[in-house]
Design a protein around this ligand. Structure first.
Ligand code: HEM
Length: 248
């Protein structure tokens, strides 16, 4: 019976590429946390710009349009690109350890979730160099977000960025839900799930026997999950071209 290791050890020289193609839940968790910290820093720079503009009356550091763009992107960044990835990162790292699972249910999908989340953020920030960021508030409030009040492509980038980022988040949420429902170590009833990571891996180590039991359960319920995922994929593939056309 061997306990779960807390880290993936890679041979030296393969580490950078390893981060890019990793499907390990702990490494993906760290990637999410890194993404959250990076966007938190960007959101912090935007907050500084906003506060600098507001520091004195009649300040001209930012013109009104840029101010609106900065506070909109600041709000989206802080909530969706910093706080959410930080929470998801800790969940990715800790949940499988807490329930005695070797990894999440769908490790490759987990990597896809992360890269979609990051890509969504990049699309949003790309709007700054593509003619103007969204400026209708982080909720994209109507009627500010409607064409007469937002003639540029900023709101389109907002829609596209959040669609891609949201697809990543939804897939990640399904992955974690399936993991928690189906991959708990035998004997770990859902009512006995640990609320904190402290009581996890030592008391419920991941063993080969547990692994076989989990695989059996996954093969039964996996069809349900893949049906949900394929309907998601279909709706995403229907939505993305519309969003891309809107931007073009
Ligand atoms: C020291 C740190 C921060 C400063 C100085 C700051 C400053 C600001 C300022 C000046 C605004 C715009 C106000 C306006 O003119 O309407 C704003 C909006 C906002 N901030 Fe921050 N902020 C900080 C941290 C955060 C954090 C940590 C979060 C979220 C986790 C956050 C979320 C938001 C949201 C959601 C809005 C509303 C954006 C909108 O109306 O579209 N901020 N912040």
């Amino acid at each position: 019976m061997s306990a779960v290791s807390l880290w993936v050890n890679r041979p030296a020289g393969t580490r950078a590429a390893g981060w890019l193609r990793t499907v390990d839940h702990k490494e993906i968790g760290v990637l999410y946390i890194g993404m959250g910290i990076a966007f938190f820093a960007l959101g912090g720079i935007e907050a500084l710009l906003l506060r600098a503009q507001l520091a004195t009356p009649q300040e001209h550091l930012l013109d009104p349009e840029t101010y609106d763009q900065i506070f909109t992107v600041h709000g989206v960044t802080m909530i969706l690109l910093a706080v959410v990835p930080l929470i998801v990162g800790f969940a990715n790292y800790l949940v499988p350890l807490m329930i005695g699972a070797a990894d999440v249910a769908y490790p490759r999908l987990n990597a896809l979730s992360f890269w979609l989340s990051l890509l969504g953020g990049i699309v949003l920030y790309f709007s700054f160099v593509a003619g103007g960021a969204p400026d209708a508030g982080w909720f994209s409030y109507t009627p500010l977000a409607e064409r007469p009040f937002a003639p540029g492509a900023g709101v389109d980038y907002y829609i596209l960025g959040l669609a891609v980022n949201g697809a990543g988040t939804i897939i990640g949420a399904i992955n974690l839900t399936v993991t928690i429902l189906l991959m708990r170590a035998p004997g770990l009833a859902i009512s006995r799930l640990p609320l904190s990571p402290s009581c996890s891996t030592k008391s419920r180590p991941f063993t080969r026997r547990n692994c076989i039991a989990i695989q059996k359960r996954l093969s039964i319920y996996g069809n349900v999950a893949s049906a949900i995922l394929s309907s998601l994929r279909n709706s995403a593939s229907a939505m993305l071209p519309v969003a891309i056309c809107a931007v073009i």
